[in-house]
Design a protein around this ligand. Structure first.
Ligand code: ACM
Length: 264
């Protein structure tokens, strides 16, 4: 199958226009036959920097939950595949920084960001769904969101639960993740797709997003890397069977060789 990302630049508070721009990008630039799994960034349709619940509430409601699902399903139908998309999920208890795995006719899975970054904890609740793997017709897919990369337990948990590919919507601002995902992919022998955004917006000061969306294969090799700036996409051929074998040589099996009795 072919999987990859669109590195997109949403504008704050312009959800409908962002959706229009995303559809146009896909119509103009993407051959639907060349993609089965498309990963979009964290908060892909709203932008990132909502400094309080009141401002976030203008782009996160039941209406916007539905708009996100409808948009993702439409794109999934267009590519005859699946879409992972980050969005600010509205619930009666509060907001979550969430992502969905969507096919044209249904939502397959949802994830709520576990490790909130910086001021996010002022507007979002910490994710309460844990790390789950979704068995799909394409393979076993897990999700984590942006700052979760800093906690190796996130990717490890997904891999131990059988994920062959980790879809990783991001709005990265620090310069480390794109290199660190080398380790997440190698130490778990999984594919990782980090779909970042680029551009900038304001969060108690200017935030510059670092682009360089990146795909690693289980051997830790980079198969695609986007530029730092500018919208971009790439899709690569992926063989998820390569993420099933956890032997790294004739002796060592990275899961069976673990010594959890010594881990804290
Ligand atoms: C981040 O978690 N969006 C940096």
């Amino acid at each position: 199958m072919k999987a990859g990302y669109i590195q997109f630049t949403p504008q704050l508070n312009q959800v409908e226009n962002n959706i229009k721009r995303l559809h146009k990008y896909i119509d103009d630039q993407i051959n639907p036959d060349q993609v089965d799994l498309l990963v979009l960034p964290e908060l892909a349709l709203t932008g990132y920097s909502y400094p309080d619940k009141q401002s976030l509430g203008k782009v996160s409601s039941e209406k916007y939950n539905k708009l996100t699902v409808d948009t993702a399903r439409k794109i999934a139908a267009q590519i005859n595949g699946m879409v992972v998309i980050g969005y600010p999920e509205y619930t009666e208890d509060g907001f979550y920084n969430s992502s969905l795995l969507v096919a044209s006719d249904k939502t397959i899975g949802k994830y709520r960001k576990t490790h909130l970054f910086g001021f996010e904890s002022e507007v979002y609740l910490p994710g309460n769904l844990g790390f789950n793997v979704f068995e799909t017709r394409l393979g076993k897919i897990g999700m984590m969101i942006c700052f979760d990369w800093f906690f190796p337990e996130a990717a490890r948990t997904l891999a131990l639960k059988g994920a062959q590919l980790i879809a990783h919507p991001t709005n990265l601002v620090m310069p480390y993740c794109q290199r660190a995902m080398f380790a997440r992919s190698l130490e778990n022998q999984v594919y990782t797709i980090s779909a970042n955004r680029c551009g900038r917006d304001n969060w108690k000061g200017v935030l510059v997003f670092s682009g360089e969306s990146i795909i690693y294969i289980p051997k830790g090799e980079v198969l695609s890397k986007a530029p730092v700036t500018g919208e971009h996409h790439d899709f690569i051929e992926i063989d998820l069977q390569k993420a099933t074998n956890k032997n790294i040589n004739s002796v060592n099996h990275i899961f069976n060789d673990r010594r959890p009795e010594f881990y804290f």
